[in-house]
Ligand binder design. Structure first.
Ligand SMILES: Nc1ncnc2c1ncn2[C@@H]1O[C@H](COP(=O)(O)OP(=O)(O)OP(=O)(O)O)[C@@H](O)[C@H]1O
Length: 260
């Protein structure tokens, strides 16, 4: 497997406040990376770096060996915990809209044959996430789980190189969550995705991830908490592949535990 994303001596600082420090990390193509860590450790900031919503204050991030573009492009898809879908658009229009933005960035609309092709692609993706029978529904007519399925279709229809998940299942009931775990695992396999997922749920991190990264501060100065930032303090490759683990399984095994 080749390296898809690479971080070299990456820092995130707001004024004199250090959030992430000296981050050195390679993410392989096809990996499912779970990010855990205490509140405020910089997990969302880390995702924003990959998304291009903000640049590092120092260091370099590359995607496929090329410096990451400073704006969010179709090579990176994202699903947030809530509010990713447009309430005034149907399921199909929500999904086609992602393609319109990628393929017709100026007009934001596709016409004729390209529009038909986009609708066919969107319908295929909606079938893949289990919304094939809900194309004409509006988000307000759907459950939270269905809305997250739509958000995943919206992100995946652009065929991103990397899919970013920011607490995507955090607002869902446990039963629906288990269904969504099975769905994302299937999509990860079928579409050969590379996924980076932030979660507060340790079991979810270990159940889904092929690798679990813990972000935290290595050093702490109680008199000046802003002086030190977080970095990867644990990097845990999982021995079992996610498809071999059941939701209720307790036999999670870890290959190596190493402190960077
Ligand atoms: N634009 C900004 N300006 C200043 N500080 C910021 C900015 N964005 C984030 N921060 C600070 O950076 C720190 C890390 O925030 P971030 O949201 O990345 O943490 P997190 O690990 O995702 O937290 P949580 O688990 O609570 O969501 C926080 O202390 C936050 O206040």
């Amino acid at each position: 497997m080749s390296t898809l994303l690479s971080f070299r001596d990456v820092w995130v600082e707001y004024g004199d406040r250090i959030i992430i420090e000296k981050l050195n990390l390679d993410i392989e193509e096809g990996a499912f990376v779970s990010i855990v860590g205490p509140s405020g450790a910089g997990k969302s900031s880390f995702l924003r770096l990959i998304l291009g919503q903000e640049g590092p204050s120092r260091g370099v991030i590359t995607l496929d060996g090329t410096a990451l573009a400073p704006e969010c492009g179709p090579d990176r898809g994202v699903v947030f915990q809530r509010y990713s879908v447009f309430p005034h658009l149907t399921v199909l229009r929500n999904t086609v809209f992602g393609l319109e933005c990628a393929k017709a960035p100026v007009l934001g609309r596709l016409f004729g044959r390209t529009r038909h092709a986009a609708e066919a692609e969107a319908t295929e993706m909606l079938n893949a996430v289990g919304l094939g029978h809900s194309l004409d529904l509006y988000p307000a007519q759907m459950s939270g789980g269905m809305q997250q399925r739509l958000a995943i279709a919206q992100a995946l229809v652009k065929r991103p190189r990397v899919l970013l998940l920011d607490e995507p299942f955090g607002a869902l009931d446990p039963g629906i969550r288990a269904d969504m775990h099975a769905l994302i695992r299937r999509l990860w396999r079928e579409y050969s995705l590379t996924i980076v997922m932030v979660t507060h749920d340790i079991r979810e991190a270990f159940t889904l991830g092929t690798r679990v990264l813990a972000l935290d501060k290595r050093r702490h100065d109680p008199h000046a908490p802003h002086r030190y930032g977080a970095t990867v303090v644990y990097d845990l490759p999982m021995r079992a592949r996610p498809e071999e683990l059941s939701e209720t399984s307790d036999d999670i095994t870890i290959d190596v535990i190493r402190n960077n």
